[in-house]
Design a protein around this ligand. Structure first.
Ligand code: GLP
Length: 244
């Protein structure tokens, strides 16, 4: 696990954009693993800026997102598909058919399980993920792999923990339905990425970062599994690193 501490959140976004650009420019058929949440927004802004400056092209790139809510349609403005379209895909030259976000619109378990299996297969058929971008939840989750998730887990239905529902409340209005379930890549799926880059910024993440980096390998802090990945980089601003 390589730890990089940079002065500001902007520096973290620039570092992450350099890593993404490196994969996009050097791999024949680059496969990116992408994340949602507030943290990677600055990364996506930086990638859009580089594309607009003709410094980066995503033609031929394939992407797989970590997770999607169950219970709201793709067209809902808080769906992760809508998030990715808005913050990245619609602003760069990636082909829409090359962008994958777990399909989680179905309402019956069998169809969702089928969708999860198909997602795993699609990742394999694309040749695996070259670089997986991750954020971290305040409880140490990665994707929507909440504490107690098996380190061997694959894409599946997951119930969100209380603290995750609470943390994501800010995106939904008071009278609106807020999902409590998600379809998420598993920890085993994430570990298979050839390289992983976890971004964390702000004081709110300092405790989770400490548990991930200095704590024991434990399913109570799913991100701690990255201690075992041979090519995992953790890039932090000074606030997120303040408890180390
Ligand atoms: C969500 C996502 C995670 C993300 C986390 C932290 O729960 N499923 O992938 O890392 O939120 O988000 P933020 O960056 O907004 O703190």
């Amino acid at each position: 696990m390589q730890i990089i501490i940079l002065p500001t959140a902007d520096d973290v976004a620039h570092y992450a954009a350099d890593r993404v650009a490196d994969v996009v420019n050097t791999h024949g058929n680059p496969v990116l693993g992408l994340a949602t949440g507030s943290t990677p927004i600055a990364l996506y802004q930086e990638l859009v800026a580089r594309y607009q400056a003709n410094a980066l092209s995503f033609k031929g790139c394939v992407s797989f997102n970590l997770d999607e809510y169950i219970g709201i349609p793709d067209t809902h403005n808080q769906s992760y598909r809508a998030f990715m379209d808005h913050h990245l895909f619609e602003q760069i030259d990636i082909e829409r058919t090359n962008t994958h976000v777990p399909l989680a619109e179905a309402t019956d378990v069998k169809a969702l399980e089928h969708s999860a299996k198909a997602y795993e297969l699609a990742i394999q058929q694309a040749g695996g993920i070259d670089l997986q971008i991750l954020g971290i939840g305040v409880n140490g989750h990665i994707g929507f792999n909440e504490p107690t998730s098996s380190f061997a887990s694959r894409t599946r239905i997951k119930t969100l923990s209380k603290s995750t529902v609470e943390a994501n409340k800010r995106f939904f209005s008071d009278d609106e339905f807020q999902p409590h379930l998600a379809l998420t890549m598993g920890i085993g799926t994430i570990l298979q990425a050839k390289a992983v880059l976890l971004m964390a910024t702000g004081k709110g993440k300092a405790d989770a970062v400490k548990a991930m980096v200095e704590g024991p390998l434990s399913s109570m802090c799913p991100a701690s599994v990255l201690q075992q990945h041979e090519r995992a980089t953790i890039v932090l601003d000074e606030d997120a690193a303040s408890e180390l």
